[in-house]
Write a protein that binds this ligand. Structure first.
Ligand code: GA4
Length: 332
């Protein structure tokens, strides 16, 4: 018998998509040790082939990571009404099941935070209150550390592509006006709902990230899948000690398509809640996204894209559905 609360959940589920069960666990995720002298080459190869790789030996203390993880779990463990004081997302703040404003839904609840302290959304003001002080401190500490990993990876990437200066990419994220954000996603274990829904329940539907690069850390629950260049979806084995890096659309533009963004999605785990924290490294809003002259020059290429700013791209992205190929609007 389905009890009332479960009935409500089932009604919600009715709107959440499922996909064909896939069980192909990908063993070939490139692994990059940041202290390896070959790291720059491994990063470029991984970005060209997959737009995705794993960073090990990153020097971010596990304690700092688990501190934010614990604070986040405390936040998500509160009664629904309490959490909703930090929502609905505008796009920052707390959201549940509804992703963006264009009809996407998923089996997920989340907090989206701007990492630039000058841009405090009204909704996230709640998070600045006294009772969320520990959360805020943990998030601030985490952001400093993860931004460093992000910039180090971007600098190695420039080295690997033989582009100078080596901060061509990282300067966009280091800029004090950088439009970066932090997202924490909580995918509750879906248990028997999975079977009732008749397929794999979608936690977060397929999409590419609009920013330059994304740095993801999750607990040891499965769920993340990436789409390989041949269109096959594969599951990424979780690893709570490492960071997973994905190429975003903006990096694809700046490298004139040499590095391509990676389509990814999250399916829910039936037995274990998944918690992920993602840092999205973005450029300042007024930054023009154009292919680097050194990339165009080295191969005598024409730009594949029209000229536009990150603000224009972001606005277009936020008006689109998750799975939409947003870059197509800006191709020549
Ligand atoms: C995907 C990457 C980031 O999570 C995000 C997402 C944003 C949101 O959740 O509000 C978007 C999505 C993301 C791309 C298309 C639009 C906007 C939801 C959505 C349907 C915060 C971002 O920057 O773009």
């Amino acid at each position: 018998m389905v009890v009332l609360s479960q009935q409500a959940t089932l009604n919600e589920l009715f709107h959440i998509n499922t996909c064909k069960p896939t069980s192909y666990v990908f063993k070939g995720v490139p692994e990059v040790d940041l202290s390896d002298p070959e790291a720059k080459t491994l990063i470029v190869n991984a970005c060209t082939e997959f737009g995705f790789f794993k960073v090990v030996n990153h020097q971010v203390p596990l304690e700092l990571i688990t501190n934010l993880e614990n604070e986040t779990l405390k936040f998500f463990g509160q009664p629904q009404l309490e959490k909703e004081k930090a929502g609905p997302p505008d796009p920052f703040g707390y959201g549940s099941k509804i992703i963006g404003t264009n009809g996407d839904v998923g089996w997920v609840e989340y907090l989206l935070l701007n990492t630039n302290p000058d841009v405090i959304s009204l909704k996230s003001l709640f998070l600045l209150q006294q009772n969320t002080k520990n959360f805020r401190c943990a998030a601030e500490e985490y952001i400093v550390a993860v931004k460093e990993v992000c910039c180090e990876v971007l600098e190695l990437m420039a080295d690997g592509l033989r582009i100078e200066p080596r901060n061509v990419f990282s300067r966009l994220v280091r800029d004090e006006r950088s439009d970066s954000c932090l997202r924490v996603n909580h995918y509750a274990a879906c248990g028997e709902l999975q079977a009732l829904s008749g397929g794999n329940l979608i936690g977060f539907g397929e999409h590419t990230d609009p920013q330059i690069i994304s740095v993801l850390r999750s607990n040891n629950a499965s769920g993340l899948q990436i789409c390989l260049r041949d269109g096959t979806w594969v599951s990424i084995p979780p690893d709570h000690t490492s960071f997973f890096i994905s190429v975003g659309d903006s990096l694809q533009v700046i490298t004139n398509g040499e590095l391509k963004s990676v389509k990814h999605r999250v399916l829910t785990d039936t037995s274990m809640s998944r918690l992920s924290m993602i840092y999205f490294g973005g450029p300042p809003l007024n930054e023009k996204l154009v292919p680097l002259p050194s990339i165009l020059g080295s191969k005598e290429q024409q730009s594949l894209y029209k000229e536009f700013t990150w603000r224009e791209y972001k606005n277009a992205a936020y008006k689109s559905k998750l799975a939409y190929n947003r870059l197509s609007l800006f191709e020549k």
